[in-house]
Design a protein around this ligand. Structure first.
Ligand code: UDP
Length: 480
């Protein structure tokens, strides 16, 4: 007999996506929903996922997690990481089916909220009659670009990676060089391209799309997704869009980072808004050559800095995209001789990880060199800290475009064609531009305005609060 109602969520197997989805769950339990989150096991498992799950289940008893049995996929160097990840998610379809059936036997599922990368689960849920929603963990501009991607796909037979100089125009987005499209769609020879096409074709089929952004931050892009401009060939009403952000995670610290508060006592001693904070997300890693250039640029800029440095990559392949929070490297070996000594009065280097949300909210932080991961962008916006946009992977070049061209909360770094190397001179120039120039001041003012707008969006009468209320109402109306 059916007794209770629940919402089931299915995040992609990446810690950032899981954390974001959990933040959405925390919002929805305030409206008396119970939430079940499905998690895969066996690929891209984060080392602290078990302790994270325990923490959330203990602090929020209405949120429960169901782990799938472990599934093995083999990742070879001839295949992209995205292709293997998508294959892994597809292989888990059988687990989704069996768990959804088990849950529906005892409970009404009001909605199945999935990550874009888990689209393979949509048909399974629809076949059982469960309404499917997306939770889009990036912003509205990327949502619009992805929704429009099936159209762009029909306009050329070439791979974006071979279309240097060709501009991509998607509704709600500034023009983007084709070679800067998100990684998984760059190459038609990569199975990930075709999977992404399949995912993006399904966006319009969802009952609704929940987006971690707020209307005032991305007004043009939000309009493009709300009025359906990004679904040009759609013959029916586009899915409802709910911009409920910014959702900022509050529990992202490794145990080690929580124990080490050197950065805090150091920041406490610095003048207000004087420190440039550099951090490149959970996966951004550089070669030693690139790290040395950053060090030289920072030193020459003369500005104070707090820099999170991950273990460098050993080859020249550019950016490594695995989660690596190991500390077993010597800082001295990755910097120019004497760098730490010469900058000790005005710089602090932290190995591997710093609690970013806390760092950004410190009054001494006056600038943020970011890899443009969407969570980092939102965290910078919420803290009102102006940024230097240095995109590395995934959809970060699109985010950079939005930050620099639309929001005007960042200056962008010039990256060399091909290997995307950034010189020390460029680092110095951009740090000075942000911290010393008139343009830097304008960007700082704009950032502070967005900080207020972000707070207002989440306030009692704010746009995100209204969007959440609309979402909750729709979820409550669903009755099988
Ligand atoms: N993060 C952190 N400390 C670090 C590196 C990352 O707290 O040293 C957090 C950051 O605050 C953000 C998340 O990890 O919430 C990274 O997500 P984002 O979307 O910015 O980038 P990704 O790691 O997914 O590329």
């Amino acid at each position: 007999m059916v007794e209770t109602t629940t919402i089931v969520m299915y995040p992609a197997p990446s810690i950032g996506h899981i954390i974001s989805m959990v933040e959405l769950a925390k919002l929805l339990i305030n409206y008396k929903f119970s939430i079940t989150i499905l998690l895969t096991t066996g690929f891209l498992d984060h080392p602290s996922i078990d302790s994270y799950i325990n923490r959330i289940s203990t602090s929020h008893p209405s949120i429960s997690f169901l782990r799938f049995p472990s599934v093995t996929v083999t990742h070879s160097n001839t295949q992209s990481l995205a292709a293997t990840a998508f294959q892994f998610i597809k292989t888990n379809a059988v687990n989704v089916q069996s768990l959804l059936r088990q849950i529906t036997a005892k409970t009404v599922i009001n909605a199945f909220i999935i990550d874009l990368f888990c689209t393979s689960a949509m048909e399974i849920a629809s076949a059982i009659g469960i309404p499917v929603y997306y939770f889009f963990t990036s912003g509205a501009a990327v949502l619009s670009l992805y929704s429009y991607f099936p159209k762009i796909h029909t306009q050329t037979t070439a791979s974006f990676k071979d279309m240097a100089g060709v501009e991509i125009h998607a509704p709600g987005n500034a023009a983007l060089n084709a070679t800067l499209m998100p990684d998984p769609v760059l190459d038609r020879g990569d199975p990930a391209y075709w999977e992404m096409l399949y995912f993006c074709e399904h966006l319009s089929m969802a009952k609704g799309i929940v987006v971690n952004t707020f209307c005032e931050l991305e007004d043009v892009a939000v309009k493009a997704v709300e009025d359906g401009a990004c679904f040009p060939d759609l013959k029916r009403t586009p899915p409802s869009v709910y911009c409920i952000g910014p959702l900022i995670a509050d529990a992202q610290q490794s145990d080690e980072a929580r124990d080490n508060k050197d950065w805090l006592s150091w920041l406490d001693k610095q003048p207000s808004r004087s420190v440039v904070y550099l951090c490149f997300g959970s996966r951004g890693t550089f070669t030693v050559t690139q790290l040395k250039e950053i060090a030289e640029g920072l030193e020459r800029s003369g500005h104070r800095f707090l820099w999170v440095v991950k273990r460098p990559i050993q080859n020249q392949l550019g950016v490594k995209q695995v989660h690596d929070t190991t500390n077993d490297f010597e800082l001295g070996s990755v910097f120019p001789n004497g760098f730490i000594e010469r900058t000790k009065e005005r710089g602090l280097v932290v190995k591997s990880w710093a609690p970013q949300v806390e760092v950004l909210s410190h009054k001494s932080v006056g600038g943020f060199v970011s890899h443009c991961g969407w969570n980092s962008v939102l965290e910078g916006v919420v803290a009102g800290v102006p940024m230097i946009a240095w995109p590395l992977y995934a959809e970060q070049h699109v985010n950079k475009n939005v930050m620099v061209e639309d929001m005007k909360v960042a200056v962008g770094v010039e990256q060399r064609e091909g290997d995307r190397f950034v010189s020390g001179e460029e680092v110095e120039k951009r740090v000075r531009e942000l911290m010393e120039s008139e343009r830097g001041n304008e960007i700082r003012e704009k950032s502070l305005k967005f900080k207020d707008m972000a707070r207002d969006a989440l306030g009692e009468f704010g746009s995100s609060t209204k969007a959440l209320a609309n979402l909750v109402q729709t979820l409550n109306e669903i009755n099988h």
